[in-house]
Design a protein around this ligand. Structure first.
Ligand code: FE2
Length: 265
């Protein structure tokens, strides 16, 4: 699934670019399915915005209960535009479920050392033209914490080309070896951000992770990464999965809590 050289690069950098992992037709099928889900979605009175600004204050019940549902979040700059869909598409939507549980994906996460892998979370990220919001520099382990932290990995599938002009990912090579800087903690129906290390990330160390449609980017749970606002006229659709080890502890202080345990492959 992954060569020794690829595994070595993943361990060194905290991320790995795997070109051409998904057939273009499969990317287009996911995009069409997301379009259909959005077309069928009827927002209620309340529209939950996804933002990485003041996240704890702006987290609401709609977000908190999305871990086992398929929910729609809006852009901060334009509340008519969808920012993302989450967080159990891999369980609830047949098209995304089929895509998310393949032997190839299972093989990759096992190769990365995830024992008894379970698909915990899925997101469809639209990064719409002009307004697709910035996601500030963070570590995914801030939001999905396992003990040990190495028991979680993120998979980011480019469903469209992602270049610097349409807000590709950026990451800090080697930053995954510098410890966890914050934890987003759930306490009942409230959330807060516990800062463990107040130093800001050094953005001069960021490198762009440009990707072509069909490429896969693997992200260590501790690698710092971000994406800027998409000011281009092109969208930047991506699908992401977060996989944890069934052998690791998954604390009740994680925001994402499920009534039924996450399933494997
Ligand atoms: Fe992330």
């Amino acid at each position: 699934m992954l060569s020794d050289a690829q595994l070595e690069r993943f361990r060194r950098d905290g991320f790995l670019h795997v070109p051409g992992f998904v057939e273009p037709a499969a990317c287009d099928a996911l995009r069409a399915r997301a379009d259909a889900l959005i077309a069928a979605f009827r927002p209620g009175e309340q529209r939950t915005v996804f933002t990485t600004n003041e996240q704890a204050r702006r987290t609401d019940d709609y977000f908190l209960d999305s871990g086992e549902d398929l929910r729609f979040f809006f852009e901060e700059e334009d509340a008519t535009v969808i920012n993302k869909i989450g967080h159990a598409m891999h369980d609830l939507d047949p098209v995304f479920a089929r895509f998310s549980r393949t032997p190839a994906i299972a093989g990759i996460v096992r190769a990365l050392g995830i024992d008894d892998p379970r698909v915990l979370q899925s997101m469809y990220i639209l990064k719409a033209p002009l307004v697709g919001g910035e996601v500030r520099c963070h570590q995914d382990a801030t939001y999905l914490h396992t003990d040990p932290p190495e028991a979680m990995v993120g998979l980011w599938f480019a469903l469209e080309d992602a270049r610097t002009d349409n807000a590709c990912l950026w990451a800090i090579p080697g930053g995954h070896r510098e410890g966890l800087r914050a934890r987003f903690v759930r306490d009942g129906r409230a959330t807060r951000l516990d800062v463990l290390d107040p130093r800001p990330w050094d953005d001069t160390r960021l490198v762009p992770l440009e990707a072509r449609q069909g490429d896969l980017i693997l992200l260590d749970g501790l690698v710092p990464h971000l994406s800027y606002t998409n000011r281009s006229s092109r969208s930047r659709h991506a699908y992401t999965l977060h996989v944890i080890s069934g052998a690791a502890a998954y604390p009740a202080s994680n925001w994402l809590q499920r009534a039924t345990p996450p399933r494997g492959f």
